[in-house]
Ligand binder design. Sequence first.
Ligand code: C2E
Ligand code: MG
Ligand code: MG
Ligand code: MG
Length: 280
Amino acid sequence: HAKRSGGNTFEVFADKMAIQYEHELHLRNKLQKAIEQREFEVYYQPYVSARGQRIIGAEALVRWPQPDGSFISPAEFIPIAEQTGQIVPLSKLIMRAAIADLAKWQVGKNFTLSINLSVKQFQRENIIGTVSELAQEYQVPLQQLQFELTESVMVEDAQKVFRELAELRTIGCRVAIDDFGTGFSSLSYLSRLPIDTLKIDREFSQSIFTDPASPTICKAITDMAHGLNKMVIVEGIETPEQADFFMRQGCMGLQGFLFYKPMPFDEFDKTLAAETTQHE
Ligand code: C2E
Ligand code: MG
Ligand code: MG
Ligand code: MG
């Protein structure tokens, strides 16, 4: 009996693996066509200054629209694109679209456009070259670009990544560590990282009133960042109480549904125009 049920468990497991594998294979092929056909859109989520709560920048977030009007989440296809290397051509499309859009908005010179980068891009692509060429082509100041990387970037080829990050800063761009606190990077690492900004992951910001450890962790991260002369942007802010907590911590920027959701180009354009009028 035991043997038989064990066999069944294995079969169920094997079936699940097969289904998962097929799903990924399907997505991978679909992704390839979508890259060739340029089926992607870029949405923008504005972030605001903690003090005045005015827009100081926006993060570019890729969207993959489907014929039925739905979207496949980047959380689902970005990891696959990273595995296959498709992230390199995909990121080029996103970067081009985002920089072209930036050139069209009426924004001040202190406005920052944040673009997410993956570790694969450092291994397979000349990022500095791509960034400088696109900025040149669209006449966008390099000072308006910020690149977000997760801590996982630090794991492989750290020296090469460090050099390229430093170079991105040398040409005028800013560098941010994304989802900070969820990865494995050591604190001594942080002090040597050539970065300007630290983004606190929403796992922490959203649990400050529910997880007793969370406010302590957030305070420690913020104090450390400020002590090392880094700016802090907090993501996933959904309530005024959360915003208030991080404002009191002296964080520079706040991002989250409380302020704005990610939106397409036109809507962001209108949002910027409305904000300008409101403050005139
Ligand atoms: P991320 O870079 O940490 O981006 C923030 C994610 O949090 C976005 O999800 C955003 O929509 C979501 N978010 C922002 N504010 C709130 C909030 O108040 N509440 C909640 N519940 N969520 C909030 P999204 O757009 O689904 O992207 C997921 C992840 O996919 C991103 O996390 C990033 O790691 C990756 N990603 C998205 N676009 C790109 C891209 O163009 N290139 C690369 N390499 N990765 C990307
Ligand atoms: Mg990000
Ligand atoms: Mg993030
Ligand atoms: Mg995140």
